[in-house]
Design a protein around this ligand. Structure first.
Ligand code: NAP
Ligand code: ZN
Length: 352
């Protein structure tokens, strides 16, 4: 065991403070990674503040962070995928049971015994797992991703959650050329959704509550931008969309979006607001529309997404911050004031 530097919170209402956490020495299948960058996902904020208490109560102290890119420092004796010096990534999962039908199908995100990067039982050290707001992490090589070396690592880090969470439903719901696709909320997930839908040549419409993001939405690949608080602008798209990806992190009216779907259209929720959303039956049954959810993606699909990003030069648009600004970053995230993902430069932690 060794000590790593990290930023942790001790309760739902306390700020992040500099602290020290244990990490295991790499066992034979493990990769020890020196973390270079870690994205700040809105899920980190929900979890740190115990907003998902009814589904996933937070265990404190908590070290979030599941958008990790780093440099391999050490490998266990049986590791074949990596060697010291390689760039490597870690997303939301660090282990699973490897034997259930979902794991065997490469869908580790459905494994009933999955181990999340933070807040899950740590079978090696006891207590819970600690995430990427840290200078290092040790992970089984099966859950470590190969990172394209032609991309900026600060912008690659967010692909490990925001990237796969939007790529997976976009692939599953057949977003291709000619489809009219809505992306609701232009934040970390939303801006990746726009980039992927555009890469698959869809006609992308961004729905935002922030009129100031219009130009950015167009630059990111939207063909049209709708300010969702403007009822007339919304009405123009009634019954016309094939697929909508809803990335909103807070309470909002999803019926307004169901009504924009054409017959057979689908709205997939990836946003995970604290409160339940109300659904109008008529919004679904008129037009035989469907409402679904999607949760990250498996390891194989995450690797596919990273390789796709390498080939198409896709990264997240990031604001790189030192870890000492994490509390401020959370306040800005709550105000939808980030363009479009914070990426923590871990050199700032190393030099503390
Ligand atoms: P984010 O960067 O904060 O983006 C959320 C966006 O939602 C904001 O930028 C804003 O976009 C919009 N929004 C915020 N408050 C709103 C409100 N009251 N009404 C309408 N729109 C509002 O967050 P994120 O990191 O992308 O995460 C988004 C959600 O997805 C979170 O709930 C997160 O926990 C969840 N998530 C789910 C998964 C999964 O596997 N399903 C994975 C990661 C994250 P505009 O300014 O454009 O309106
Ligand atoms: Zn996330």
């Amino acid at each position: 065991m060794f000590k790593a530097k990290a930023y942790s919170v001790g309760s739902a209402t306390s700020p992040f403070v500099s602290s020290s956490i244990p990490r295991r020495d790499p066992t034979e299948h493990d990769v020890q990674i020196e973390i270079l960058f870690c994205g700040i996902c809105h899920s980190d904020l929900h979890y740190a503040r115990d907003e998902w208490h009814s589904v996933m109560p937070t265990v404190y102290p908590c070290v979030p962070g599941h958008e990790i890119v780093g440099r391999v420092a050490k490998v266990g004796s049986s590791v074949t995928k990596f060697e010291p010096g390689d760039l490597a990534g870690v997303g939301c999962l660090v282990d699973s049971d490897h034997t259930c039908p979902h794991c065997r199908a490469g869908l580790e995100q459905f494994c009933p015994n999955q181990i999340l990067t933070y807040g899950s039982p740590d079978k090696h050290l006891g207590g819970v797992t600690y995430g990427g707001y840290s200078d290092s992490i040790v992970v089984d090589e099966r859950f470590v991703l190969r990172v394209p070396t032609n991309l900026d690592p600060a912008g690659v880090a967010p692909l490990h959650c925001a990237g796969i969470t939007t790529y997976s439903p976009i692939r599953r719901w057949g977003v291709i050329k000619g489809r009219k696709v809505g992306v609701v909320g232009l934040g970390g997930l939303g801006h990746m959704g726009v980039k992927f839908a555009r890469a698959f040549e869809a006609h992308v419409v961004v729905f935002t509550t922030s009129p100031g993001k219009r130009e950015d939405a167009l630059r990111l690949g939207a063909a049209e931008v709708v300010v969702s608080r403007n009822a007339d602008e919304m009405k123009k798209h009634a019954g016309s969309l094939d697929f909508i990806l809803d990335t909103v992190s807070a309470d909002h009216d999803i019926n307004a979006y169901l009504n924009l779907l054409g017959p057979g259209g689908n709205l997939t929720l990836v946003g995970a607001p604290e409160k339940h959303l109300a659904v109008s039956a008529f919004g679904l049954l008129l037009g035989r529309r469907s409402l679904s959810g999607s949760n990250i993606g498996g390891i194989a699909e995450t690797q596919e997404m990273l390789d796709f990003c390498g080939a198409h030069n896709i990264t997240a648009d990031v604001e790189v911050i030192p870890i000492q600004k994490v509390n401020e970053a959370y306040e800005r995230l709550l105000k939808s004031d980030v363009k479009y993902r914070f990426s923590i430069d871990m050199a700032s932690l190393r030099s503390e």
